[in-house]
Design a protein around this ligand. Structure first.
Ligand code: HEM
Length: 508
């Protein structure tokens, strides 16, 4: 059906491509940032490209982020963009398988489990897990040998993937998941994860073995959580006392606005969604942080010094941090912020357009009195990965420089504050809080109604993991420079080789 557009309104320019259905899929898939920067030179901040038959309109810059993420959910729908791909993994009746208002209620349920009180107890648990991992895993054999002159090495992402799931399950996911990590759970997780790829995103139903395994794993994983929930209900408060501080305990206590308790299968599916949402994002960020620290001995020393200055005890050891102390470590904070600036795990955020939406002329326009319109049926795409390394905004954007966050006059400080405006209410997120709302060039956790709720947990997990490692070993990069980004996975990962050499520190 032909779209009729008034004379002063036009569709955004379409990126030139040779093959109709495939369009720009190859250039976008191989290196989306390079593709977006090149398109911006040719077409400006708003343009449409073809991605396996889909029409995707990209809006770049802080204004582009605002256009997409600040858009009304009636016009720009996340569920229409994602459900085909997330529902087979997370399961029915949660997240993008329900109307947005229901998902917003589910996000609130999860927030109840992400309290300061819970976080306080998580610091020591995360430290314990990392400690135990370093004392037992083969990757840290040289560390276990106690020789401070010998260097060992590990694959940054392999190690971070393991540490992330160990620490997430010990804290948010709960002891049953942690207890099953060495057993059936890991295989189920891997099979489910095999359904979370760009191929699945583009083609929801292919007759492939990985799709069958995904579906099988979902059924078993869902049952695994349902069994935990039922067992906890049966045993009541005896084996699972009130002080149990994981997410299942938080979900069990809540009800929908209409008084309905959360059904067991929904709780199970929320748990799966949280597992998947946090795993690759945090393990990718942790890997990049360790790789940059290994490549910047001076930043690493500053981070180590911050630990020694704050936590050294008279007998020459480093004591554990409290959550309150942890939130007041500026070097650590800036290392994580800077890592997320250069390596936001999610490079493209998409919505499906439900009704024609005009592009504000301040963002882009075809002429002085004309307006672009993004028509119903298109996808819109925002990329904080572009605005976070845009040379028009940041000085030396490619350089990993955590000190840029401590310059009060700098762009970084302007793009960031510790408050988020949530429905008119100013909430102080304190440490780790990100971006001034939807119109910011810095938004690794997204913005608007779909903004990440795992942000504070991710900061806690990453911060404690990184400092626990840095307290024990000194890191050096094995290669000459930090690896390139691999965009062929859903979450931007470091390309191999990504080895880090390490040596035990004296101070222990
Ligand atoms: C949403 C990034 C960790 C749960 C998002 C979004 C981004 C993001 C960019 C917005 C997606 C969109 O608008 O389409 C990150 C990063 C993380 C991280 C960079 C770690 C470094 C976590 C963790 C959890 C989590 C640990 C769970 C505990 C969620 C949820 C949403 C979300 C529930 C909401 C999705 C929506 O409303 O549509 N995250 N995330 N994330 N994230 Fe995270």
């Amino acid at each position: 059906q032909q779209l009729i557009i008034p004379r002063n309104r036009s569709l955004p320019p379409v990126v030139f491509h040779w093959i109709p259905f495939i369009g720009s899929a190859i250039s976008y898939g191989n290196d989306p940032l390079n593709f977006f920067f090149k398109c911006r030179e040719k077409y400006g901040d708003v343009f449409t490209f073809i991605l396996f038959g889909r029409k995707v309109t990209v809006a770049l810059g802080a204004k582009g982020n605002n256009f997409v993420l600040g858009g009304k959910s009636t016009a720009f729908s996340a569920e229409d963009a994602y459900t085909h791909f997330t529902t087979p993994v997370f399961g029915k009746d949660v997240v993008y398988d329900v109307p947005n208002e229901v998902f917003m209620e589910q996000k609130k349920f999860v927030k109840v489990g992400l309290t300061m009180e819970n976080f306080r107890s998580y610091v020591g648990m995360i430290e314990d897990e990392v400690d135990e991992f370093m004392k037992t895993d083969a990757a840290f054999l040289i560390y276990q040998m106690n020789d401070i002159n010998e260097w060992g090495r590990f694959d940054a992402t392999d190690v971070m993937a393991q540490i992330t799931i160990l620490t997430a399950s010990r804290t948010l996911q709960g002891k049953e998941v942690r207890g099953n990590l060495d057993k059936s759970f890991s295989q189920l997780y891997n099979d489910l994860d095999g359904g979370f790829t760009p191929l699945n995103f583009m083609f929801p139903n292919l007759p492939l073995e990985s799709y069958r395994r995904r579906d099988e794993a979902h059924k078993k994983m869902s049952q695994f959580y349902v069994d935990i929930i039922r067992k906890r209900k049966e045993t009541g408060d005896v084996s699972y006392p009130d002080d149990e501080q994981d997410m299942i305990s938080a979900l069990r206590t809540q009800k929908y606005r209409d008084g309905r308790p959360i059904p067991d299968h929904e709780m199970a599916h929320i748990m799966i969604a949280l597992l998947m949402a946090g795993q690759h994002t945090s393990s990718a960020t942790g890997s990049w942080a360790l790789l940059h620290l290994a490549n910047s001995p001076e930043v690493q020393e500053a981070l180590y010094k911050e630990q020694v200055e704050n936590f050294a005890t008279p007998d020459g050891k480093l004591r554990s941090m409290t959550y309150e102390e942890f939130r007041k470590l500026p070097v650590l904070d800036s290392v994580i912020r800077e890592t997320l600036r250069i390596h936001p795990p999610i490079h493209s955020i998409m919505r499906k357009v439900r009704s024609d939406v005009p592009v504000p002329p301040t963002l882009a326009a075809p002429s002085k009195d004309g307006t672009y319109v993004v028509p119903k049926g298109h996808f819109v795409l925002a990329s904080a990965a572009v605005s976070q390394v845009d040379p028009l905004i940041w000085s030396n954007p490619e350089v990993f420089d955590p000190t840029r966050w401590s310059d009060p006059e700098g762009v970084a400080a302007q793009a960031f504050n510790t408050y988020a405006d949530e429905g008119g209410e100013k909430i102080d997120y304190g440490f780790g809080a990100v971006s001034k709302g939807t119109e910011s060039p810095y938004q690794p956790f997204g913005a608007g109604r779909h903004r990440c709720i795992g942000e504070q947990f991710a900061y806690l997990q990453l911060g404690v993991v990184i400092t626990t490692i840095i307290r024990r070993v000194e890191l050096r990069l094995e290669t000459d420079s930090v690896p390139e980004q691999n965009y062929h996975t859903m979450i931007t990962m470091p390309k191999k080789p990504r080895n880090i050499c390490f040596r035990r520190r004296n101070f222990d």
